[in-house]
Design a protein around this ligand. Sequence first.
Ligand code: HSE
Length: 308
Amino acid sequence: MSSSIKVFAPATVANVGPGFDILGLAMDNIGDQLELTLRDGTGIAIDMPGSDLPTDPKLNVAGVSVQGLLDQVGSNQGIHITIHKNVAPGSGLGSSASSAAGAVFGANQLLGSPLRKYDLIKFAMMGEAVASGKAHADNVAPSLLGGFTLVRNYYPLEVVNLSFPKDLVIVVIHPQIEVKTSDSKRILRKDIPLEVAIKQWGNVAGLVSGLASADYELIGKSLEDVIVEPVRSMLIPGFGELKTAALENGALGCSISGSGPSVFALCNDPEIAEKVAKSFKDEYTTLGIDHELYISNINEEGAKIISA
Ligand code: HSE
C-alpha cells in the first residue's frame, strides 16, 4: 500500500439543459489535481497553494468528504491533502465537486480501496453540502465515475451511467465573474406550474433517449431548460447572444453549465465545435468580457491516479 498518491478529478457540466440537479457529464481536459499522503497520527490537514478557499478541514469540501469516508470505514488515519485548483471556484464547472471527488478517490486508494468508486459519491456529496448548502450529486457523480450520469434518485442515492454517442464535443465559455451556487440556487422559483414541469420532464426523457440512440435531432430538441435557465441566464452577460451564436453555428444545443456563469454548447462534430468556440469568443470579445474557453470530449474514466 502506497503512502502517497497523486490524483486527477475532472471538471463537469451539470444539469446539461433540462436535468437540474440530476444530469451531469465529465470533461476530459480540465480538473483538479490532488496529492494525498498518509501522515502520522490522526486528523486531516489541507494545503491549497494559490487559493484563498478555507483550508480548515471542517470547512473545506475535500476535508469534509474525506472525514465522511474515514468515519464510514472506521479509520482515524491522518491524511495530508494538497489541492491544486485548476477549476475556478464559482465557474459552474463543478469546482467543489472536482476537489471533493479527487479527495475521496485518493483517500480510498491510500486506505487500500475498501470502497468502490460508486460508493464514494455520497461522501463527495457531503463536500457539496458545505460548498453550496445542498448535497447535490450531479457534479460529483460524473467527476468520480466519468461519462454522462443521471441521479435517478437522491434518497436513497441511485446514480445511473447513461449511454451516449462518443463523438459528442462540449464547448464551454467561462466569463471571468464568480457566481456562487448557493446564490444561484436561492433565486430559483420553488413552485413550477404543471404544464412547465411536463415540458421539462419530457425534455429530460427525450435527452436520455436521444443520447442512448445517438439521435442528434432528438438530443438538440431536448436540450431545453424551461425552468432554471430563464431565471439564471439573467446573471450571465451576453447569454442570449452566445446561445444564438451556438445554434447558428450548428451546435445541437446550448445552456448554462451548472449554476453558471459558464455556458456550454453540445456538438457532434469537432469542426462545428471549433466554429462554435470561435463564435463564443467573438461575442465576448465584442462585449469586452474576459473569458476562458474549453473544447472537450466527454471523459469516460472520471477520477484517476496520476502517480502512486
Ligand atoms: N445542479 C447544481 C445547480 C449544480 O445547478 O445548482 C451546481 O454546479
